[in-house]
Design a protein around this ligand. Structure first.
Ligand SMILES: Cc1ncc(COP(=O)(O)O)c(C=O)c1O
Length: 502
């Protein structure tokens, strides 16, 4: 008797429900593919497991075969009118192999080759991206964007001026064909130069860090896995894994300068934990993990064979260079460094993100997933990104200067309103997460600020996690932009008009 388990829960097949009977067809198909020589027919039974998955149990019988095709009818629910579509299944062997529950011992990396895993089916993540929904609602109405998460940007002319004269000529004559899905060689070389031993072949480019998060999570995680997310974090780093596997979270501790309890991380690891996700400098707290704790976390991941997904989009903007953490890819063979031009470099409009990682099989798998997403980046963006990175030190020096001047302004501002706000000085990045002490609560405070005064802040609810409590009395403030002084004046003026509820 053999068994296979197929995940047919709605989360695993977003937008699709099997036509009545299709599930048993599919399971029979899997079983047929594995029938022993000489056995002509398989008798299948299927049952629903306690967690909602369907299990197929079969045994071979000597009887004439029944022909079963490889195309099944499925009904799609993603249109108001139900429509029928044909779903072609990849090799039944591959699917069945990947669907079988996996045995993974404590401390051992599951023995699973990427090639044997089914390609993921990208689908809608389980909940809306709260921050993007909020920005779509308010960003354009805001007269003072006090919560921007990026550094001051450059115009196209300013960026081109940082390039060589031949770059400017080449840019005007750039061919607009498809590019290398991995990213242009020149760009990947410029990215690799940000790391220690990493070469261009260990870098994969994406359309923004967001596409890289989506791709890496789909490449690494499946229904039998567990991911541990360190919070607060960029929402997609929690929400995308939550649509793929079991997830749990550990929050940074605001009472201890937002540090991370590594013993708590060790306790939270499970036999099937495949990935731990971190983000330092952290959005929104500005925390950079202390170096000894970071080293302990890497050592823990290494002992347990767990991938360390490190969102480093704010790296290289630290209040003090001594606080800078090493890139995960430089210190750990299963370290995945997520980088991009959106934050520290202030160029989100180029939509260039990347992953640097030493594991060739993982890079190849992510590339195959990218083929179903953006395919390749836009050639003009890649060229501008290469120019930006080659002039990177000049751009970063400017952005660090703006951030440090702004930090001084924020310190004065919060010192002047000590009864209302408690400020934690960020270690790096360009956002902070101060506490609001008003009795009306931070949500209503932020709502009044934007509705009546055009001052945009992000209330704590947008960092709500389903995995661990995030303090509900904070708001995000950004300090990467050069108009902060004017925005703070508007904030001060609003505070003088708003009746304070202490
Ligand atoms: C921590 C963090 N990671 C990733 C991203 C996504 O960046 P991108 O705009 O490059 O997709 C963001 C954007 O706000 C972020 O704050």
């Amino acid at each position: 008797m053999t068994a296979a388990i197929l995940d047919l829960r709605p989360a695993a097949l977003p937008g699709i429900v099997p036509r009545k009977g299709a599930a048993s067809d599919l399971l029979r198909l899997l079983a047929l593919d594995q029938r022993p020589a000489g056995r002509r027919r398989l008798v299948c039974h299927w049952r629903r497991e306690a967690d909602g998955r369907l299990a197929c149990v079969w045994k071979p019988e000597i009887e004439p075969p029944r022909r079963i095709g490889t195309r099944l009818n499925w009904a799609s629910t993603d249109k108001p009118r139900r429509r029928r579509c044909n779903l072609s299944l990849p090799s039944a062997k591959g699917r069945a192999g990947a669907a079988l529950p996996e045995q993974s011992g404590r401390g051992k990396m599951p023995k699973r080759r990427f090639a044997s895993r089914p390609m993921p089916r990208p689908g809608p993540p389980p909940r809306d991206f709260a921050l993007e929904v909020y920005f779509s609602r308010w960003q354009h109405a805001a007269r003072h964007h006090l919560t921007a998460s990026d550094s001051e940007t450059l115009t196209l002319a300013e960026l081109l001026a940082l390039g060589h004269p031949e770059d400017r000529a080449a840019f005007a004559h750039l061919a607009l064909g498809y590019g290398d899905p991995r990213g242009a060689e020149r760009l990947r070389r410029a990215i690799a130069a940000l790391y220690g031993e990493t070469g261009a072949e260990q870098v994969l480019c994406f359309s923004g860090a967001q596409e890289a998060i989506h791709t890496a999570m789909h490449a690494l995680l499946g229904p039998d896995d567990h991911a541990l997310i360190i919070l607060p974090n960029y929402q997609s780093t929690e929400t995308i894994p939550a649509g793929l596997c079991a997830v749990s979270g550990i929050a940074l501790d605001p009472a201890r300068a937002w540090t991370l309890d590594i013993d708590a991380v060790a306790r939270a690891l499970r036999a099937n934990t495949r990935l731990v996700a971190i983000n330092f400098p952290n959005n929104p707290t500005g925390k950079i993990l202390e170096r000894d704790r970071f080293d302990a976390l890497v050592a823990l991941c290494r002992r347990r064979g767990v991938w360390l997904f490190s969102d480093e989009v704010y790296r290289l903007i630290e209040r003090d260079a001594a606080l800078r953490l090493p890139a995960a890819v430089d210190v750990y063979e299963r370290g995945i460094s997520l980088g991009g031009l959106s934050k520290s470099f202030g160029l989100p409009g180029l939509r260039i993100g990347w992953i640097a990682c030493r594991d060739g099989a993982l890079l190849r798998r992510m590339e195959r997933i990218k083929h179903y997403l953006s395919i390749c980046n836009a050639a003009p963006c890649e060229m501008l990104a290469a120019i930006a990175l080659e002039a990177g030190e000049r751009i970063l020096a400017r952005n660090r200067r703006i951030a440090s001047e702004n930090i001084a302004l924020l310190r004065d501002f919060f010192d002047g309103h000590g009864e209302l706000f408690h400020w934690y000085m960020p270690d790096g990045g360009v956002v902070g997460f101060p506490r609001y002490a008003g009795a009306d609560g931070v949500e209503s405070f932020c709502a009044r600020l934007i509705e009546r005064h055009g001052v945009l802040l992000l209330p704590a609810s947008l960092y709500r996690s389903e995995l661990a409590p995030i303090p509900a009395d904070r708001f995000r403030i950004g300090f990467g932009r050069s108009d902060l002084a004017a925005a703070l004046d508007a904030f001060r003026a609003a505070l003088s008009e708003i009746p304070l509820c202490l």
